[in-house]
Design a protein around this ligand. Structure first.
Ligand code: F3S
Length: 418
């Protein structure tokens, strides 16, 4: 490939991977047939670039292959799903996006699918058909997806970037280092849970606290109560990879590489034993609500990471027969494929009848879009509560899904620590 046998794009991709691998100290490349990537160009900067470099091949050459000249990009070699994008094309006007940008987006999507990339357009590819097997070597972008892939599924990936995944999809290779290697997946820190962790908000708070405490290490969590479902693990991992850089964790008796404490730590001795009790839970809740001042909520955003069908079902049940306040907007984000299921199940109708919106492909942090005039938001995601005040300059309240739906319907934040 490096000799150009498979054409100039593959040659550049392999050259990039070799440079990347050497910089990381990787001994070799490993084969992958599972990539989660972004090759989109939805920002004005990328759009202008596409105009100057002869279209999307020019964008791919520059931003995914580090190539000064534009090369023709062949169809991808590996199974690749696309991550979230800059906005929802079906709700562009609602998100404040003009028609010209939508037209460009549609061209970009035709390019993406033309290359053979799946237009899943989500930060939760594992919800919509990209579920690797345990031990499978992957090359994934998006921190909340990476941690889910490693810890919950037991597949193997580092947090890749646009360049390395662009090269991986054309070559089927990625450097063998980091979380591809057995020993790097072993636990480093013990975490003892001494309070009830049950709801999705509880799991978000626990993840947020752990990320803050261990940063980019591998926590092993013990003392858990009820078994978490997909949504709770999704919120837990997303939070831990926001307050810290956690890419791998173990829940003893729950996640696949932690049947026992001994298995989770392997030959490692825990560097520290941390305790998460009622005081730590309270501090985390206060931290996540640190920007909240006014209780008059303008905007409720749910679906970070993108909502599961179970979460949409729950939101629809909480909303049924109620109306979103005229002073508040409710946007819920989910993958397109899940939205079509919600449409068929009647949940979209319930949400829309209440005055809310079910959106796809993006979120407020990605799109930097919120309803006009938003000053105060309510969120059920610790990750979104971490990012949105900084990105949009808003006040944020964090609480349960029920607290958030209540805020949407009353226009008031009435949530509390429990
Ligand atoms: Fe997904 Fe946006 Fe959250 S892309 S993980 S919903 S910040």
């Amino acid at each position: 490939m490096l000799d150009g046998r498979d054409g100039p794009a593959v040659q550049r991709a392999m050259d990039l991977l070799m440079r990347y691998g050497r910089a990381l100290g990787a001994e070799r490349l490993v084969q992958t047939n599972n990539v989660v990537a972004s090759i989109s160009a939805t920002t004005p900067f990328m759009r202008d670039y596409a105009m100057r470099r002869g279209g999307m091949d020019g964008v791919f050459s520059e931003f995914s292959l580090d190539s000064d000249d534009t090369v023709e990009i062949p169809r991808v070699k590996t199974f690749t799903t696309h991550v979230q994008l800059g906005f929802d094309p079906h709700n562009a006007a609602l998100m404040g996006v003009d028609e010209q940008t939508v037209q460009f987006y549609r061209k970009g999507e035709a390019y993406i699918t033309g290359l053979g990339v799946q237009a899943a357009n989500t930060c939760t590819p594992y919800q919509v058909g990209n579920i690797p097997t345990r031990g499978e070597h992957c090359a994934w972008m998006e921190s909340s997806a990476v941690i889910y892939c490693n810890a919950v599924i037991g597949a193997r990936t580092n947090t890749e970037g646009r360049e390395s995944v662009g090269a991986a999809m054309l070559t089927g290779r990625i450097p063998y280092w980091g979380y591809h290697v057995d020993e790097n997946r072993l636990g480093t820190h013990a975490v003892r849970v001494e309070t009830t962790v049950e709801s999705t908000a509880d799991w978000g708070m626990l993840g947020y606290w752990i990320g803050d405490m261990v940063q980019d290490k591998v926590p092993v969590v013990e003392g858990l109560g009820p078994l978490p479902n997909l949504a709770r693990l999704k919120h837990f991992g997303a939070a831990a990879s926001s307050s810290g850089g956690v890419e791998m964790y173990h829940l003893v008796g729950v996640t696949p590489e932690a049947n026992t404490r001994e298995q989770a730590f392997g030959r490692n001795t825990p560097a520290q034993t941390l305790r998460y009790g009622e005081a730590e839970r309270r501090q985390t809740w206060e931290k996540l609500n640190a920007t909240g001042r006014s209780t008059a909520v303008d905007y409720v955003m749910l679906g970070c990471p993108h909502y599961t069908i179970e979460q949409i079902w729950e939101a629809a049940r909480l909303l049924e027969g109620r109306r979103v306040s005229e002073n508040t907007a409710l946007w819920i984000f989910t993958p397109r494929a899940i939205k079509s299921l919600a449409d068929r199940n009647g949940y979209t109708r319930i949400i829309e009848a209440a005055g809310g919106h079910l959106l796809t492909d993006s979120c407020s942090a990605m799109s930097r879009a919120a309803p006009k005039g938003t000053r105060v938001v309510a969120l059920d995601s610790a990750k979104q509560a971490h990012y949105l005040p900084a990105i949009l300059g808003v006040e944020a309240w964090f609480g349960s899904t029920a607290d958030c739906i209540d805020a949407a319907c009353t226009g008031q934040w009435r949530g509390g620590p429990r």
